[in-house]
Design a protein around this ligand. Structure first.
Ligand SMILES: [Zn+2]
Ligand SMILES: [Zn+2]
Length: 191
């Protein structure tokens, strides 16, 4: 199961849309978990942003065992030290990813809000970060949702699905992760 959890107050419809996007794109059950604490510990006053790495580390410690993967969703603007911001961050081939809605909103750029556009961006970012947790790295196809986006224009130019090559890789990885879990449950039950 892929769990989704909020860190701080978050647009619930956007989180639910991320969950349904992941479930349909990957064929894995998703579940909305209880909220994580407001991530005040991750706030950097000099930048006015939140450390995505600290939020990831907190999520690693709090991830429930039944959530094979955990996607944390926050409204806070995220950064890593070498970049001015990140849309999200993931542990490659690890259990946890985080994404922010802050820069997915048109309002961030001084433009009137656009609900449909927000949800398209949520889907792209959720699929992108979770694919990293299944071990996939960035794709060179600019239309693939696993291509790197360093600004909102690049995010909007790419599609909301994996390219054919990434689709095969991610489905193989998903099957391997979730089948090996089923196998270990079987072995455990036989003892
Ligand atoms: Zn990425
Ligand atoms: Zn691709």
């Amino acid at each position: 199961m892929i769990g989704l959890a909020t860190a701080g107050a978050v647009d619930e419809e956007a989180v639910a849309f991320a969950a349904s996007s992941l479930a349909s794109a990957l064929g894995v059950a998703t579940a909305l978990l209880g909220p994580l604490p407001e991530p005040a510990y991750a706030y950097d006053g000099s930048r006015g942003q939140y450390s995505s790495t600290l939020i990831l580390l907190d999520a690693v410690a709090r991830r429930p065992a039944e959530a094979t993967k955990l996607l944390v969703v926050t409204e806070h603007d995220l950064f890593i030290p070498m970049l001015s911001f990140v849309f999200g961050q993931a542990q490659v081939d690890g259990p946890v990813a985080v994404m922010s809605l802050a820069r997915l909103r048109q309002e961030f750029y001084g433009v009137r809000g656009d609900r449909a556009l927000l949800l398209q961006r949520v889907r792209k970012e959720a699929l992108h970060e979770i694919a990293h947790t299944y071990g996939l790295t960035h794709c060179s196809d600019p239309s693939c949702t696993l291509s790197l986006s360093t600004d909102i224009r690049q995010l909007d130019r790419k599609g909301g699905d994996f390219c054919a090559g990434c689709a095969i890789l991610v489905h193989d990885a998903v099957a391997a992760v979730h089948d090996s879990l089923r196998g270990s449950y079987r072995r455990g039950g036989a003892r």
